[in-house]
Design a protein. Sequence first.
Length: 299
Amino acid sequence: MMTTVMAAAVLAVATGYLIFAIFAGPSPAKVRAIENLTRGSRAGTAKAGALPATGAAKIPKVSSLSKTLVTKGSRARLEQMLARAGRPAGWPLERVVTIKVVLTVVSPLLAMMFILRATSPLIAVLGGLFAIILYFVPELRLYSIGVERREKITLELADTLDQMSIAVEAGLGFDAAMVRVAKNGNGVLAAELIRTLQDIQVGQTRRVAYEDLVERTQVPDLKQFIRSIIQAEAYGLALSSVLNTQAAEMRMKRRQRAENKAMQIPVKVIFPLMLCILPVLFMVVMGPGVIGIIQAFAK
């Protein structure tokens, strides 16, 4: 009886959420009013003038069905996660939205199946947790891609700043040095620099383009560097000295992160050592002696 009640509750919650996802959202009049109020603002101009980075997938238009089934807030959150993940070619917004719509229906049904056919409460709970995790698979995957991308940008930043510093000291301007580094590089940071240069070419101010770069990447070290560049341009400081200082600081931070990871290795090795290596070692070393003791007492 309890299992039936729980299954009915899960089904009711899933049905309610599906109905809410279909019919919820602001009215068309309110949407038009908000668009009219925000038209021409800096955020809207930055969004409209942004170009896709080289090698990145173009942003597809979401179909009317997906707009109906997924709320505006959910689409905005997914689009933000896609932007921070670099808009991978295999994960366009339309596909992610379709997967979310399918999982909205599949996850409650899967949870109900686990609950109805479970032989113990633990299996029912594990089945429900598995269904919940399944529902958030797209967000987890996009978050993982974003974390890997931020790590790559953090590793590439010190070398990129060294190259830009050398180019500026050789006589190039900051924009020309950024162009040379972006064209010669083949990593994630080089693609983001190309995207920033494209934003500047289509009419965005440098400050807005730099802030969009920080918003897309979410890398603290890059944010610090962009702040230094913006302040140097505002106060008329020499960019060569700023680049040298930032490059030295980024190299020091990269070395400190490497040392920190090296110090974490002994702690991380303890659990595999205790669970996998030490039991086998005890069996090899103490096994013959234990067998000999058993045979001696058996006689």
